[in-house]
Design a protein around this ligand. Structure first.
Ligand code: ADP
Ligand code: MG
Length: 271
């Protein structure tokens, strides 16, 4: 597939059938992540987004299909080498032991222990705390944090790893409006600096505004992939999500805006 030619991390025709099951939760899905780009993965609950992420992260072994990193089969990488190439923010990132935020973020540096890059540990940790706006929380224990604060601490750990591939599964799900924008702006910045960034998003407006490329999954299959405005048409969103929407250009930027279709008569004006 020529569209995936220059991908640094690439899943080809991946199928996943969970142990003991017969149902495919991914069916022939392909995804290519390129340097310099933010690639959004979108789709309804249960579409297979986290499973596909697990596959490209090397955490889920596909029943069929292949995953390549720099053209080499992912299975051939040692865990340590993989951890130096890509950092993964899982959708579930529970820390139950009372580590402090600073300790958790420092864990992101583990792959660089006993390498020259360990000299960057302090700077990497400081920058990650700064970038996720949790400097003031550094000495707090993670279980004492709010959901959104905890999510930012988990993201900081991933950022501190300083890899050139970032895989972020719903990094904005628990965040307030400003922190959502901050995280997506950060993803874009990392991409512009040369990183390959993949991010699972539910907010289609965020995908429209921040992603260079989007892959839409539905029932384990890739329904469409490409430029956000071309993938996320009203017709396709309605078909995949089962929700009527309006898509119209933002008056200032022209970026398409997606809203659920609401009739004026559904709600009397409160003014
Ligand atoms: P998404 O992240 O898009 O919401 P997931 O990839 O987490 O979806 O899951 C896709 C589907 O596969 C869901 O229906 C989920 O319940 C199912 N699933 C995920 N992991 C397993 C598993 N280990 N065994 C059985 N079903 C699974
Ligand atoms: Mg998921």
């Amino acid at each position: 597939m020529s569209g995936l030619r220059d991908a640094v991390l690439e899943a080809r025709d991946v199928t996943v059938v969970p142990d003991g099951g017969r149902r495919e939760i991914l069916s022939g899905a392909s995804l290519g992540i390129r340097a310099g780009e933010v690639h959004a993965l979108v789709g309804p609950n249960g579409a297979g987004k986290s499973t596909l992420f697990g596959v490209i992260a090397g955490d889920v072994v596909p029943s069929a299909g292949s995953v390549h990193l720099d053209g080499v089969l992912l299975a051939e990488f040692r865990p340590r080498d993989l951890a130096r190439r890509r950092a993964v923010l899982l959708q579930q990132n529970a820390v139950s032991f009372p580590f402090t935020v600073a300790q958790v973020v420092a864990m992101g540096r583990a792959p660089w222990a006993r390498t020259p890059l360990a000299d960057d540990d302090e700077a990497a940790i400081a920058a990650a705390l700064e970038d996720t706006d949790i400097v003031d929380l550094a000495d707090r224990t993670v279980p004492s944090l709010s959901g959104g604060e905890r999510a930012r601490a988990a993201l900081a750990r991933v950022l501190a790893q300083r890899t050139d591939i970032l895989l972020l599964d719903e990094p904005t799900a628990a965040l307030d409006l400003r922190h959502q924008e901050d995280v997506l702006a950060l993803a874009v910045r990392r991409a512009r600096e040369g990183a390959a960034v993949a991010v699972v998003l539910h907010d289609l407006n965020s995908a429209m505004a921040h992603a260079d490329r989007v892959t839409l999954l539905s029932r384990g299959r890739v329904v469409a992939a490409g430029i956000p405005a071309e993938v996320l048409t009203a017709e396709r969103i309605e078909e995949v999500y089962g929700q009527a929407v309006d898509v119209f250009p933002h008056p200032a930027t022209g970026v398409p805006v997606v809203t659920p279709r609401r009739r004026a008569s559904d709600r009397p004006a409160p003014w």
